[in-house]
Ligand binder design. Structure first.
Ligand code: DP6
Length: 364
């Protein structure tokens, strides 16, 4: 598929007004996306677990307006106007207008809320952009009632990517690949693809306990970080490494080899941060407690032989990943040893999820 396949093909007239709502999950990458080309094209393919508990709910109300020269929308987070999110949505609308031109025909009210506290240091852009893209596709479906459900999801992922790259992996469960990889049929730089091969039972019901080390705002945004991969001395090698790590993960996902899984996932997390530390300008997003937790996880793994591992996204928080079979021991370990390193003892128990859901809007 190419970008052209996502241009509009409406058959019906635009509705005057209405309301749609979607809930979309967050995701955690196992092979990381870090570095991009123009138009939100990733420099390397990535793969993520779709989460369950961490999610965004968005209601989109739409009303036809007179002029179509500018975008017009109000944005609320947890019922309160959120002016500082508006520029990001404005950029998003600008990037997607070619594919969903009706965005200029409406005044929108976007009401959004996250299941996780907004001061948790957990990025809401993946679940937020995904939920909004799904709402917009719902509106497009009003005009094209025979739309194929798989095209609906694909175009929603395509649009979400233009809002935030990792958002295109936040629509379906339980594993999603984004970026062209020769051994994953159907993979594309343009949208996320539900991982199309058989996955070993070891990876079913995987857990992700998110340890909130630092709930403050990040000093360097992901978008700035991605841009620092242009001209980065290790960029090309890093992109090749991510590609090979995805090849390795494919074998691991099939065989259920948890020891190898741990190696690839932790190496990806540390390499992501190594790229940040070797950028120009360089920066560090980990905090002392991030390292304390990593060391304790390594100690616990050595002592018990249990395949618990960590990953990081672009921040100080630690995602502790482990299979269902060792859940009780790991939760005990987290409570006894790791919670002390969390900001106010806060952590979120999450697990692999099944993807986004349409929400029923109650009739008044
Ligand atoms: C470290 O998707 O937030 O979480 O496309 O600029 O919005 P933009 O970046 P974003 O980057 C996510 C980076 C990451 C790794 C990952 O999720 O693959």
């Amino acid at each position: 598929m190419t970008e052209k396949d996502f241009l509009p093909k409406h058959t019906e007239a635009l509705p005057e007004s209405g309301k749609v709502a979607w809930k979309a999950p967050s995701n955690i990458a196992l092979v990381k996306y870090w570095g991009k080309k123009e138009n939100q094209i990733p420099a390397n393919p990535s793969i993520s677990f779709t989460l369950d508990a961490c999610a965004t709910r968005t209601t989109l109300s739409f009303q036809k307006k007179e002029t179509t020269s500018k975008f017009s929308f109000d944005l609320y987070l947890d019922g309160k106007p959120k002016a500082d999110f508006k520029p990001k949505i404005e950029v998003f609308f600008d990037r997607i207008a070619e594919y969903v031109p009706f965005v200029k025909e409406y005044h929108f009210v976007i009401e959004t809320s996250n299941s996780f506290p907004h001061s948790s240091g957990i990025a809401s852009s993946a679940s937020g952009m995904s939920a909004l893209a799904l709402c917009l596709m719902d509106l497009e479906r009003h005009m094209q009632p025979n739309m194929d459900p798989s095209f609906f999801m694909r175009k929603a992922s395509f649009l979400a990517r233009l809002g935030s790259g990792s958002a295109c992996r936040s629509l379906e469960g339980d594993l999603v690949v984004w970026g062209k990889h020769e051994s994953i049929e159907g993979s594309s730089n343009l949208f996320g693809l539900k991982y199309p091969y058989k996955v070993h039972d070891n990876f079913k019901h995987y857990h992700d306990t998110i340890l909130l080390v630092d709930k403050g705002e990040k000093q360097v945004s992901s978008t700035v970080g991605h841009n620092l991969m242009h001209g980065h001395p290790f960029a090309e090698e890093r992109f090749k490494q991510a590609y090979h790590n995805l090849t390795s993960l494919q074998t691991i996902l099939e065989s259920g080899d948890l020891e190898e899984f741990v190696k690839v996932v932790e190496s990806e997390a540390l390499t992501l941060h190594a790229m940040m530390m070797s950028s120009n300008p360089y920066f560090i997003l980990m905090k002392p407690n991030t390292l304390e937790i990593i060391n304790k996880i390594w100690g616990f793994r050595k002592e018990t032989g249990m395949p618990v591992c960590f990953t990081l996204d672009a921040g100080a928080n630690v995602h502790v990943l482990y299979p269902e079979s060792i859940k009780d021991s790991v939760i005990q370990f987290i409570q006894d040893e790791l919670v002390a390193h969390c900001d106010n003892g806060h952590y979120i128990c999450d697990r692999i999820g099944t993807g986004a859901k349409e929400l029923i809007i109650p009739k008044k």
